[in-house]
Design a protein around this ligand. Structure first.
Ligand code: NAP
Length: 343
């Protein structure tokens, strides 16, 4: 059996010398190296920005979505959307474990991989079902987890597809939990979406009674979703590509103070400036959205003379799986909504 690098560099075909995530093409032969784990895949949870782009390209046609997804994997050996650059994650069952792999996995364990599909060697034999509402796709296929790849064993107290949905965005509520301090004013843009709702919950819990949490939904429908669960102190629907409109509204709701923390959970482009303008000097903008442009955010903030901390949405922070699943255990109402929407 061949020896593998913990980061999976042995699978990179082109360009040579890069890690598997930035690589264009990786080797997706399903014969494992000595430190790899082979997974029989059941469901892919495609990243929201990626799925939205694929759905648009396919004009909503499910057969076309399947074709595009299969095409991506056939070309790259992984599901890295060439337009958004993003992936998603998967659930499946451990089929084989290399002798040099170090970890507590056993053959037969049901796991969710917490590393992006944008670096995970994947083969899709067949696509059974596409669930466009929740960005999930049931497949017959296999994937490889590298030694460095993080995963969560699926919890037994909730449906697998529910856990998959939550774990996909686990970094967002976990970062919110770290960032928000008592008394903070927090704006969650895209607050009625999957990661947005989880962030609102953590923000309200951490900001406490002296804080203020503002939910900005992309439509009345998603805003109402958050309102019904009483997840924030203020709610409004707005187009987050309208930076000045956002600034005016947040300014009005905060008596001109603006927000200490802005969390961007949208799935479309060009929302950097609305996030930056909603934030006060010295505040923090957390761009969880994968549709964020580093260039637009950096040059945009400079262009309006805003001294704000900007955090790139690292999908991983310590304890993120536990924190995100705990939100659903703590909030029966949120769990019910997630069951309705994602299970
Ligand atoms: P989601 O459930 O689809 O939510 C996205 C939200 O954005 C929706 O509620 C939508 O509102 C809102 N939105 C869309 N257009 C908007 C606009 N013009 N103005 C204001 N809001 C708008 O997505 P998700 O699963 O939470 O994911 C959110 C983002 O996180 C995506 O960009 C995804 O790629 C990214 N992500 C990042 C990581 C990471 O590791 N950093 C991991 C997973 C996902 P309506 O429903 O009302 O249209």
């Amino acid at each position: 059996m061949k020896k593998g690098c913990p980061y999976g560099t042995h699978r990179v075909i082109s360009p040579k010398g890069v890690l598997p995530q930035p690589a264009d093409v990786i080797d997706n032969t399903m014969e494992i190296y000595d430190n790899e784990v082979l997974i029989d895949v059941q469901t892919l949870n495609v990243d929201s920005a990626s799925f939205t782009q694929i759905e648009r390209q396919a004009e909503g046609n499910v057969e076309e979505i399947k074709k595009i997804m299969k095409g991506i994997v056939a070309k790259a050996g992984k599901h890295k959307n060439p337009v958004t650059g993003s992936g998603g994650m998967l659930i499946g069952t451990v089929k084989e474990i290399g002798p040099a792999y170090v970890g507590d996995l056993k053959v037969g364990d049901k796991i969710a991989t917490l590393v992006s599909l944008s670096l995970t060697p994947l083969v899709i034999d067949e696509i059974f079902e596409v669930r466009p509402d929740i960005d999930q796709v049931d497949i017959k296929g296999q994937a490889i987890l590298f030694q460095s790849g993080i995963y969560a064993k699926l919890p037994s107290d909730m449906p697998e597809t529910l856990a998959l949905s939550v774990l996909d965005v686990a970094g967002a509520p976990a970062q919110a939990a770290k960032l928000v301090k008592p008394g903070d004013t927090v704006v969650v843009i895209g607050g009625g979406g999957k990661s947005g709702l989880l962030c609102l919950y953590e923000a309200k819990k951490r900001a406490g009674v002296t804080g203020k949490v503002i939910c900005v939904g992309g439509s009345e429908k998603s805003t109402d979703r958050a309102r019904k669960l009483n997840l924030a102190d203020e709610y409004f629907a707005a187009d987050a590509t309208d930076a000045v409109g956002m600034y005016n509204k947040i300014s009005e709701l905060t008596g001109g103070q603006l927000a200490d923390i802005v969390i961007n959970c949208v799935n479309i482009e060009n929302t950097e400036m609305a996030s930056i303008l909603a934030c006060k000097d010295g505040g923090t903008v957390y761009f969880f959205s994968m549709a964020t442009s580093f260039t637009k955010a950096a040059l945009g903030a400079e262009g309006v003379g805003k001294d704000v901390n900007m955090i790139v949405g690292n999908g991983y922070t310590k304890g993120h799986a536990e924190i995100s699943l705990q939100v659903l255990r703590e909030s029966p109402a949120l769990k019910e909504l997630f069951l309705e929407m994602y299970a």
